[in-house]
Design a protein around this ligand. Sequence first.
Ligand SMILES: Cc1cc2nc3c(=O)[nH]c(=O)nc-3n(C[C@H](O)[C@H](O)[C@H](O)COP(=O)(O)OP(=O)(O)OC[C@H]3O[C@@H](n4cnc5c(N)ncnc54)[C@H](O)[C@@H]3O)c2cc1C
Length: 392
Amino acid sequence: MTSYRYLIIGGGMTADAAARAIRETDPDGAVGLISAEPHPPYARPPLSKGLWKGDSDASIWRGTETAGVELRLGRRVTGIDPKRKTATDDRADVVGYEKLLIATGGTPRHLPLDAEQIIYFRTYDDYRRLRALANERLRFAVLGGGFIGTEVAAALRTVGRDVVMLVPEAGLGARVFPADLSQFLVGYYREQGVEVRTGEGLAGITPRAGKLAVTTTAGAELSVDVVVAGLGIQPNIDLAEQAGLRVDNGIVVDELLRAGSPDIFAAGDVANFFNPALGTRIRVEHEDNANTMGRHAGRNMAGAAVPYHHLPFFYSDLFALGYEAVGDLDPRLETLADWKEPFREGVIYYLKDGRVRGVLLWNVWSQVDAARQLIAERGPFTPRRLKSRLPA
Ligand SMILES: Cc1cc2nc3c(=O)[nH]c(=O)nc-3n(C[C@H](O)[C@H](O)[C@H](O)COP(=O)(O)OP(=O)(O)OC[C@H]3O[C@@H](n4cnc5c(N)ncnc54)[C@H](O)[C@@H]3O)c2cc1C
């Protein structure tokens, strides 16, 4: 049986960051990484951004293999035995570990039907499939106006494709942006040539003469060639559940990122952790969290005891607009907008009981740390006091 001092399950950015941190902390211990994907770890954000604007595919690879890590690719772990300290993969190979990291991320929510022309956009292979289809003059339907839906629609439009978006909410990014900004984005996307159908979800899809007949909840029928579903992800918790670890909206970890056992850690999109600045448990599906939490997990696996208190930021690009954001962007909170130019450049604060819970930096850059500081402060904040803190 092959055994590693450190075993990582998952081949995403969290896994890569952990592997590197282990190597830096312990130059000698054997590190193994098992990933269901056939590729070594790579950055996911460029799949819906840079690669559509001319960046080369070669730019996404993380080079994990150069960090002295043994990669076991194209293998899915099917079970963990915490007592024997082993993991078994889908080829029935059993691997031993001293310290284990579960960095299994998430799986896109699927529609209750399967058709060849439906793409769930998560992996490099999904990108390659969509990119090949986007070379043809086809019509694309994008389901969902959230993070992936807005980015994929912009990417497809950037390469000149015909795109219709079905968005059940009243606007784009409606779960994070205040209503007026979310409405503005609808108009902005339409100006870029995207057909945006708000308040309209998917009622059915039927394959018809090589195309897909998409019926909407408003009763319209659209004929498209490809459907891209951006319906969010679900954390991959099965292994943790089966191993008897605590699961509650992700794998529950303590501040050292241990999943209820001194030898098993979890990090990244799959992990549910306590954030002191927000005073609550959160699960974050963003790059900064994957990188930083993965690094912390790796160091702690190799013997450090560094608590994870980081408040991650996230970002997105929407055609020529872009943002960075920190904290809880819940539009049901009280929001205060400080625009330098309405909807083009400014800062939006999300407040609760006079405290800042989240900050949206809309086309405003290099202010993430200042925003984190505001969230960590007790307040109370008046609009005047806030506006003097971050220049819009
Ligand atoms: C297209 C796209 C664009 C994005 N853009 C941004 C952005 O602009 N900004 C931002 O902040 N965030 C962005 N994100 C989110 C960010 O990429 C994720 O938060 C990050 O990839 C999470 O990393 P992870 O390693 O925790 O999980 P994942 O990336 O989901 O990796 C999990 C890995 O585990 C493997 N795995 C799962 N189960 C098993 C198993 N049983 N056995 C073996 N292997 C297994 C999977 O195959 C995968 O390789 C984007 C995501 C996508 C998909």
